[in-house]
Design a protein around this ligand. Structure first.
Ligand code: G3P
Length: 223
C-alpha cells in the first residue's frame, strides 16, 4: 500500500519524507488554510519535496469553475492531482479533466456507488473518508472493502485512496482491505513505526555491547 501524508505543512512533510517511505501528499482547503503563505507556493514546494502524486483541491462548485481551477493546479507541476468533490458538477469536471489527461482524485466519497461513478468518469483515485463515517456510527472500513471489491470485479484502473485515517489500526485495516493508498496525518504516520519493545530491545543491545567492550578493555589492561 502506498503511504500518503494528509497535510500541507512543509515542516511535517520534510521530516516525514526524510524516512524515504512517503509516496505522495493529499491536501485540502482546510489543511492549506492552516498554513501561512501563498497556497500555490506551498503546493509547488510540496511537489519539489515529494516526487509523487500531490492532491490539490478545487473550491469551485460548478463544473466549469472546477475545470478552470483544475487546469490551473495541473499546470503548476506534473505531480499535481486535481481533487474534485463527489457531487454531480464534480463528476462532469472529472470527465473533462481526465479526458485532457489530468489525474483526478475524487474526494468526499461516502458510498460505493459514488466511487463507481467517480471511476467511470475517469478519476485516477477515489477517497473514501473512513474516520468521518466512523464518527456517525457507520463502519467506514466496510466502504473501503466494498470499493476495492467493485473495482477488482471490473478491473477498473482507479486507485482506492483510504482517507480520514485517524490511527494506525485504520492503516492496518485499510491495507488488509486492499486499499491501494492510505493517506494519514503525520502523527498517525509516525505511530506506524513506533514500538516500545523496539526501543527497549535496542537499548539492551547497546548496553550489552558497551558492557562487553568495557570487559574486553579491562582484560587487555590486566593481561
Ligand atoms: O483526507 C481527508 C482528510 O483530510 C479528512 O480527515 O480526519 O478530517 O476526517 P478528517
Amino acid at each position: 500500500m502506498k503511504i500518503f501524508l494528509d497535510t500541507a505543512s512543509l515542516k511535517e512533510i520534510r521530516e516525514a519524507a526524510a524516512l524515504g517511505v512517503v509516496d505522495g501528499i493529499t491536501t485540502n482547503p482546510s489543511l492549506l488554510a492552516k498554513e501561512a503563505g501563498d497556497p500555490e507556493q506551498i503546493l509547488l514546494e510540496i511537489c519539489r519535496t515529494v516526487d509523487g502524486p500531490i492532491s490539490a483541491e478545487v473550491v469551485a462548485t460548478d463544473a466549469e469553475g472546477m475545470v478552470r481551477e483544475g487546469r490551473h493546479w495541473a499546470s503548476l507541476h506534473e505531480n499535481i492531482v486535481v481533487k474534485c468533490p463527489c457531487i454531480p458538477e464534480g463528476l462532469k469536471a472529472t470527465k473533462v479533466l481526465a479526458g485532457e489527461g489530468h489525474r483526478v482524485n475524487m474526494t468526499l466519497i461516502f458510498s460505493p456507488t459514488q466511487a463507481l461513478l467517480a471511476a467511470k468518469a475517469g478519476a485516477s483515485f477515489v477517497s473514501p473518508f473512513v474516520g468521518r463515517l466512523d464518527d456517525i456510527s457507520t463502519p467506514g472500513m466496510e466502504l473501503v472493502h466494498d470499493i476495492v471489491q467493485i473495482f477488482d470485479n471490473y478491473s477498473l484502473g482507479c486507485e482506492v485512496l483510504a482517507a480520514s485515517l485517524r490511527h494506525p489500526m485504520h492503516v492496518v485495516e485499510a491495507a488488509k482491505a486492499g486499499a491501494h493508498v492510505g493517506t494519514m496525518p503525520v502523527g498517525v504516520f509516525h505511530g506506524l513505526l513506533k514500538h516500545p519493545l523496539t526501543d527497549i530491545g535496542l537499548r539492551r543491545f547497546l548496553d550489552d555491547w558497551e558492557k562487553a567492550k568495557k570487559e574486553l578493555a579491562a582484560k587487555a589492561v590486566e593481561g
